[in-house]
Design a protein around this ligand. Structure first.
Ligand SMILES: [Zn+2]
Length: 381
């Protein structure tokens, strides 16, 4: 993945490598994803290293892989060439990818294509890196598939391992090909290095691992799509918009797709990018609303808000809060009432009558303004 090293700082190192004795060590830490990375290194990476040309073995000799929490929010993984060559993978990124894989599997199992967007609309908001958010909950905590839970977990592991393998192969490609660059390098340098890492990763997959599926890379692009869509609709400038860059790989990946799962994923992602990352976005959500998708009210509210159409925006936010089960719409609705873009509607007459009968007529009113019969009559139909 040529985008993986975008934000990294790579230090060029001319040190001579010692003869090969072992390769690619995974650094111990408490991180929850380390055992997954270790498994992929043990099962898929180490076995082919001894079959590589000696120079390549030497290049991977001292590489240490670790999962780190202290990453900028836009970075996924990076390679650093210093005395101890390193591959660092972002914990936050793996967390997002894990959630994406679950959401994707559940959306397929429940035949609910908007589940992924619904989940990430909440995820990126409540766990925003700029705030001290709580740890994200996984989609499987909210949606359940009836049937074989073991199968779900097995599918999840397969996809997660495919993502980690693609990341590792790409990053190791930087080390093997000595393809490093400074973060201020020009675009030509960056693209040339990324291409070298990618082509080495592809070569390894085909020759040594006998794998040609692209699902790992496609999942990463799918996750970035959700992040970019969220940031665009929320007018959030914390996450840089990197989708246009990473999605440029999509045609080539989809063209080469041999597996049905890859093809299906490609078709859906391609359509999503066309619908929701273009000038068609408003029409796409309006069409969804017409089909009865009440969640679509929320993004439509965001779109109208960006255009300063406050009355329309507030009406959409209100609908999404009441009918679309979008909890965070409450904040917008509160603001809308405060600004007068939404008018408080009188409480339902039956509720008032019930409160009155109980002698507790202070519903929404100060105690001294107890509801009178006249008021009840005046709110009647
Ligand atoms: Zn890279």
């Amino acid at each position: 993945m040529r985008f993986l090293l975008v934000f990294s700082v790579a230090v060029l190192c001319l040190a001579l490598y010692p003869p090969s004795t072992g390769a690619v060590e995974v650094k111990y830490s408490q991180d929850q994803y380390l055992s997954l990375v270790e498994k992929v290194v043990d099962q898929s990476v180490r076995p082919f290293i001894s079959r590589l040309p000696i120079k390549q073995q030497q290049a991977l000799e001292d590489v240490v892989v670790s999962v780190e929490r202290q990453f900028s929010p836009n970075a996924m993984a990076l390679s650093i060439d210093e005395t101890t060559p390193k591959v660092l993978i972002s914990h936050t990124f793996l967390q997002g990818v894990e959630a994406y894989i679950e959401a994707y599997l559940l959306s397929v199992a429940l035949n609910n294509p908007i589940l992924i967007e619904q989940y990430f609309s909440e995820y990126f908001w409540s766990h925003h890196p700029s705030s001290q958010g709580i740890e994200p909950y996984l989609p499987s905590k909210r949606w359940h598939v009836s049937g074989d839970e073991q199968l779900f977990l097995a599918q999840k592991s397969t996809l997660f391992e495919a993502v980690v393998l693609d990341i590792l192969l790409h990053e190791l490609g930087h080390h093997v090909k000595n393809a490093f660059y400074h973060h201020r390098a020009n675009q030509y340098m960056i693209e040339a290095s990324e291409k070298l890492a990618d082509s080495w990763a592809d070569h390894i997959k085909q020759v040594f691992l006998n794998r040609s599926e692209s699902i790992g890379r496609l999942i990463v692009i799918g996750y970035i799509f959700e992040q970019d869509r969220w940031a665009t609709l929320s007018d959030d400038h914390f996450y840089p918009r990197i989708l246009p860059w990473v999605s440029s790989q999509l045609p080539a990946l989809c063209e080469d797709a041999e597996f049905l799962s890859d093809k299906k994923f490609c078709r859906r992602l391609d359509q999503d990018i066309e619908d929701y990352y273009s000038s068609r976005i408003e029409t796409a959500y309006l069409e969804r609303l017409q089909r009865g998708d009440l969640f679509a009210n929320f993004p439509l509210g965001q779109i109208e808000l960006a255009k300063s159409n406050f009355v329309d925006a507030c009406s959409y936010f209100n609908e999404s809060f009441i009918y679309g089960q979008v909890a965070r719409a409450a904040i917008y609705v509160g603001w809308c009432y405060q600004k007068g873009y939404l008018e408080p509607s009188p409480p339902d007459v039956q509720v008032l009558a019930m409160l009155h009968a109980r002698g507790d007529g202070s519903y929404g009113l100060p105690r001294q303004n107890k509801i009178s019969d006249r008021m009840l009559l005046s709110t009647g139909p």
